[in-house]
Design a protein around this ligand. Structure first.
Ligand code: 5GP
Ligand code: ZN
Length: 115
């Protein structure tokens, strides 16, 4: 738990979010400022600042996140048409919240390349 981290606060229920999935290791909730009709954030409960801070010991956790995302996406109705999964890392990646999170975006066609 990092005390100045808004996503740690969501994990701890110190600030509200509509938790749409939770297990021992991850939670998922809608992005407060959605960039698509469906915009879900999937985060590890443990505070990892970004992808550069992931270590080999986190391999199972990262695998768990990746295998959980399609279930969350299917639950959100995105299984048939698909969705985009994004991890922004540090400044050039456009990361604004420094607790590792996967964006799951769908409900419309997602253009490529991103801006
Ligand atoms: P990043 O830019 O770091 O990849 O993504 C951070 C995301 O977190 C943004 O899309 C932003 O809208 C979202 N966000 C920031 N603060 C909150 C919050 O308090 N609650 C929720 N649900 N989303 C947030
Ligand atoms: Zn955190």
């Amino acid at each position: 738990m990092q005390h100045d981290c808004i996503f740690c606060k969501i994990v701890n229920r110190d600030i509200p979010a509509k938790i749409i999935y939770e297990d021992e290791y991850v939670i998922a909730f809608p992005d407060v400022s959605p960039a698509a009709p469906v915009h879900i954030l999937v985060i590890p409960k443990r505070h990892i600042p970004n992808l550069t801070e992931v270590s080999p010991e986190d391999a199972a956790l990262m695998g768990h996140i990746m295998t959980t995302i399609p279930k969350i996406a299917a639950e959100a109705g995105l299984a048939d048409n698909g969705f985009r999964t994004v991890i922004n890392t540090k400044d050039d990646g456009g990361q604004t919240v420094h607790h590792l999170h996967c964006h799951v975006l769908g409900g419309r066609f997602m253009k490529w390349p991103p801006g």
